[in-house]
Write a protein that binds this ligand. Structure first.
Ligand code: ZN
Length: 288
């Protein structure tokens, strides 16, 4: 199976579906990350060119850790992605060349204009993937891939947890992936949230800070987890909040015994413009 995860930015895939990516790699599936933007806007001190170069290095390190190919549209500046015909055709060609079975990206309701544009570009590309006279220089696909949206917290309209997966075994790996995105998790994002002064100096100290102030114990309830503060980082809590938010869905998928104990999860919504999720595909992709 071939899996394409499309983030507007470098780190979107890592945070939102990085656990699933790692599971698929371990299953022998071919996973690829694509970032539609080059990361140039994500820093308050470095110049856009310096930030782009640094983000590229961080993404290369993520690719190495995961054992995947990680593509970046290096000419696409942050905050400038638009659902134009030119970008749609670029994406159609890109997807056809890889020919994935499953694509995961943003909803069109997410907070960042680049995320919304990424979701719109994928939606607009989805049907055209099988239309031979559209972008005839790259052979059309025979069938439309399954398309999923990554979780977000926006409510107009609500995100549906159609597929919520146990990530207990992947949480440490996800934290490692976040840790590699140094310019984001220790510099830019703390700056945007007003926590830049809190970030410790040492590598081990930083990694501990990254997990966040709330420590999850076996006694932590879903209510506590959902109401706890992430502080300036809170990546551990973030992954736990997905499991608590979709407890009902986890119990439905895994049964009461396992589903009620899962601490970390990733959640996805089925995109209606993707291919049909047959029983066979469901088994291959989501019986984890
Ligand atoms: Zn992003």
């Amino acid at each position: 199976m071939k899996i394409l995860m499309i983030g507007a930015h470098q780190d979107d895939n890592e945070f939102r579906c990085g656990g699933l990516a790692h599971k698929y790699v371990k299953m022998g599936y071919e996973v690829r990350f694509l970032s539609l933007c080059n990361g140039c806007g994500g820093h308050h001190i470095m110049t856009p060119a310096e930030t782009t170069a640094r983000r590229a290095k961080e993404s290369a390190a993520v690719a190495k850790l995961l054992g995947i190919r990680y593509d970046v549209w290096e000419d696409m500046n942050d905050c400038s992605l638009m659902p134009t015909l030119e970008n749609r055709r670029r994406l159609i060609r890109y997807i056809r060349q890889f020919s994935p079975d499953l694509i995961i990206s943003h909803r069109t309701n997410d907070y960042h204009a680049d995320h919304r544009a990424a979701g719109m570009l994928l939606q607009d590309a989805s049907y055209m993937l099988i239309v031979p006279h559209e972008c005839p220089d790259v052979p059309a696909m025979e069938k439309t891939p399954i398309i999923l949206y990554n979780e977000d917290s926006f409510t107009e309209p609500d995100f549906h947890g159609d597929i919520v997966l146990d990530m207990d075994d992947e949480n440490d790996f996800k934290l490692q992936m976040a840790h590699i995105n140094v310019s984001q998790v220790y510099e830019w994002l703390p700056f945007t949230k007003g926590y830049a002064d809190e970030v410790p100096e040492g590598d081990a100290e930083r990694f501990e800070w990254l997990k966040g102030p709330y420590k999850i114990t076996p006694e932590s309830t879903d209510e506590e987890i959902l109401n706890a503060s992430r502080g300036g980082s809170g990546y551990d809590l973030r992954n736990a909040q997905t499991a608590s938010r979709f407890r009902k869905e986890l119990i439905k998928r895994y049964g009461e015994e396992r589903g009620s104990k899962i601490r970390y999860a990733e959640a996805f919504q089925l995109c209606p413009y993707g291919g049909a999720l047959t029983e066979e595909l469901n088994k291959k992709l989501f019986s984890l």
